[in-house]
Write a new protein. Sequence first.
Length: 273
Amino acid sequence: MGLFGSKEDSEDLMYHAMSLMEKNQPKAAIVLFSKVLKQDSKNTSALYNKGLALNQIKKYSDAITCFDLLLQINSKDAAAINNMGIAMAEMENIQGASECYDMAIKADPKYGPSYFNKGVLLDKLQEHEEALNFLDKAIIIEPRKPNAQFYKGIILGKLKRHEESLNCFENVHKRHPSHMDALFHVGIELAELGNHKKAIEIFDQIITKRKDNVNIIYAKSRSKSALGEFPESLELLKKAVNLNPKTIRTWAKEEKAFEKLHSNEQFRKLVKL
């Protein structure tokens, strides 16, 4: 019997392939999943995980093929339908993605990722209120996972519902203290609510870990300007402009917190006003 000829060998291949997936080596894992499927074309675990790996390396069409083959074996596999939707969304097939998420929800109403992905899709379509409904369902199903609560905070911020947005980000950071993006958005929402001193404390806390993060530097500069601390604000703005000139100049020109600096020569030079 050949090297990959027995059931045990197939199980070994799956074990090694899954180990590669855990190590974030999807290309190498795909090779092993393909060997398993050569032995057993209806191995649902190999089909599913090969599809996930193909999504990771942005081979979305091939991923859809894997999920489609799996669904021919088990048409109610919510995870496979959901991940097929992700591939379709990446390929800009919005209608197909939306239908997949709906099918996944129907197949398993307790599978949280489908609600989350449907919410994200609806947000991109500017259907914010409907998006929030789906994210709320995802939060109810998987209350300990941060992604739906975090994304809900983003949408609420867009809708200028800053108190609610702040509450979302504070909840995420309380449960996941290492979630620096949630902490950053706590600072952003505090600034939106006019609490710039507290916002700066948050930004300083993050800057110790992310010294050259342009978003944090810019946010701190904005809050410093709002407090009338213009020399510090301009120094930070200069650093932000050096890191990302085009974006920061665009933001700074439109930012209300910098309006008092519009007649300042250093500011005008920095943002090319």
